[in-house]
Ligand binder design. Structure first.
Ligand SMILES: NC(=O)c1ccc[n+]([C@@H]2O[C@H](COP(=O)([O-])OP(=O)(O)OC[C@H]3O[C@@H](n4cnc5c(N)ncnc54)[C@H](OP(=O)(O)O)[C@@H]3O)[C@@H](O)[C@H]2O)c1
Length: 276
């Protein structure tokens, strides 16, 4: 059975550790800056060993760096500085923005490097299944072979990502997921300003339901943003829009509201504009 080593103990690392056996991998080790954390996670996820970053790594076919994007270069340098033969091994990271270049120290030691980005949100404490997830790959041929075999076993979708496409691809991912979370946080804050505490909880549940239905409208097979587009801008309700802008000004959200409206006008149809 091929062996996998995961570096990092965070949100993605935990998902990968759960998914590894389903791609036919034995989890040889989990590596952390904190040996105790690595050992605890290794016990919980039935990994071979929990190791501190800097300890000698076990032999494995695949090393997956699941650390923050900004820590990738330093982590790769650190792994490459240990006396080990990296020839024939694959090293992957999962940054949606960075390409394989950030793993250059490992490539220089003979590893086939690449980036495999699951277009998914891994929040703490929420288990996510790999089936149906789009995986964006960029990297060397040896890394592609191993990555593709895994994605197929998981039932994921494969996307070839040229390195030059990654920044815009990742901006899109960030708009669609963390951007949505930030938007809901803003909606919760703005809508609750003049409500008593118990009504704010109700408002939040209402916003959750609204957001869930909107997501469902967008997720229907064949759906496009234009088909799910509702509200005063879509209808062309100018007086409502003026009141919104006034309220947004009072709440310090005017720039945000205007920017969003400008984008929507550019990208989405306005029935109201067409009719009036
Ligand atoms: N979460 C997502 O939704 C998601 C989705 C797609 C792709 N990704 C990608 O997955 C990677 C990891 O993201 P994540 O969300 O899993 O992050 P995370 O939850 O913050 O976990 C990152 C882990 O890396 C280790 N780490 C933190 N700072 C480090 C440093 N300076 N040097 C070395 N190790 C460090 C930490 O483990 P120890 O403290 O135990 O060392 C931490 O648990 C990123 O490249 C991200 O772009 C994440």
């Amino acid at each position: 059975m091929p062996r996998m080593v995961i570096v990092g103990t965070g949100r993605l690392a935990q998902a990968l550790a759960a998914w590894a056996p389903r791609a036919g991998y034995t989890l040889a080790a989990i590596v952390s800056r904190d040996a105790r954390r690595a050992r605890a996670l290794a016990r919980r996820l039935h990994a071979g060993r929990g190791l501190a970053l800097g300890q000698p790594l076990p032999q494995a076919e695949l090393y997956w760096l699941a650390v923050p994007d900004d820590a990738l270069a330093r982590t790769a340098r650190r792994l490459a500085s240990a006396p080990a033969d990296w020839r024939g091994r694959v090293a992957l990271h999962s940054s949606g923005l960075r390409d394989r270049g950030v793993l250059a120290p490992l490539a220089a030691r003979g590893a086939a490097t690449g980036s495999l980005h699951p277009l998914m949100s891994f929040a703490a404490g929420v288990a996510v299944e790999p089936r149906g997830i789009l995986f964006g790959f960029e990297g060397a041929a040896g890394a592609r072979r191993r990555a593709k075999a895994m994605v197929v076993r998981w039932g994921g979708e494969w996307l070839e990502l040229p390195a030059a496409a990654k920044p815009a691809y990742h901006l899109a991912a960030t708009l669609a997921s963390p951007g949505l979370v930030a938007l809901l946080a803003a909606a919760q804050w703005a809508g609750g300003r003049r409500l008593p505490a118990r009504s704010r909880k109700k408002l939040w549940r209402g916003l959750q339901r609204l957001m869930a239905q909107t997501a469902q409208n967008l997720a229907r097979p064949g759906a496009r943003p234009a088909g799910a587009w509702t509200g005063p801008l879509a209808r062309g309700d100018r007086q409502t829009l003026r009141r919104h802008l006034q309220t947004a000004r009072e709440l310090g959200l005017a720039d945000f509201y205007r920017a969003q409206a400008r984008l929507a006008r550019r990208l989405l149809p306005s029935q109201g504009q067409a009719k009036r």
